[in-house]
Design a protein around this ligand. Sequence first.
Ligand SMILES: NC(=O)c1ccc[n+]([C@@H]2O[C@H](COP(=O)([O-])OP(=O)(O)OC[C@H]3O[C@@H](n4cnc5c(N)ncnc54)[C@H](OP(=O)(O)O)[C@@H]3O)[C@@H](O)[C@H]2O)c1
Length: 215
Amino acid sequence: MTTLSTIGAGNIGFNVAKAAVQAGYDVVLSNSRGPETLADKVAELGERARAATVEEAAAAGDMVLVAVPLHAIDQVPGDALVGKIVIDANNYYPQRDERIQALDTNALTTSELVQAHLKAARIVKAFNHIYAAQIPTDGQPAGSDGRRALAVAGDDAEAKARVVEFLDTLGFDAVDLGPLSESWRIERDTPGYGPRMTAAELADVTAGTERIKQL
Ligand SMILES: NC(=O)c1ccc[n+]([C@@H]2O[C@H](COP(=O)([O-])OP(=O)(O)OC[C@H]3O[C@@H](n4cnc5c(N)ncnc54)[C@H](OP(=O)(O)O)[C@@H]3O)[C@@H](O)[C@H]2O)c1
């Protein structure tokens, strides 16, 4: 992989892009207001970064990070992401996103909802449980004592393996939670959501997590 694109260039989109640039990737940022509104962020990221429309960014990325408020997921164009490895960093905050019945009833995980919208994308959940600003600062070389781990989940094994490799190049171990249906183990308000943990700690905590009742 050489190019990471982002749909959403806010806290998460920008900080994953920053970490990717540090690791030697090219990045393409996009948002809802258009590439001209991203000039300052592109300048901050330097030569490896550019901005584009959502459709152009989707086409350019070997992987595409989707990091938007969940209520905007319906506006992300599924047609532009057919066959793409899509990293889903999104979380459900009812006070921001309004109530979504399928999530309130635990009929779906957040990532299953994203997959239902982006039908032909290869969704891998990652980066949803780390504070955005820590993404470019917390990475360490493989094998470092106390290396931080991030959870991944996905139904496409090859896509998930590629995202695990990407995380490694950014300086993080990975803990595989299994398919998207198991990704509730790292959703908002779970014990693994937020704190820094090693792979052993995160695996232990997520295995013992009980599903949150949303309502
Ligand atoms: N902040 C964190 O530390 C953190 C950590 C983990 C996960 N998350 C999750 O990651 C997601 C993004 O959070 P954030 O903090 O990065 O949000 P944010 O700072 O508010 O940024 C949201 C980004 O999404 C873009 N956007 C909104 N609607 C769009 C659309 N229809 N098409 C394309 N881009 C669109 C916005 O662009 P415009 O400004 O042009 O509208 C903006 O660049 C959320 O689901 C959040 O829960 C956040």
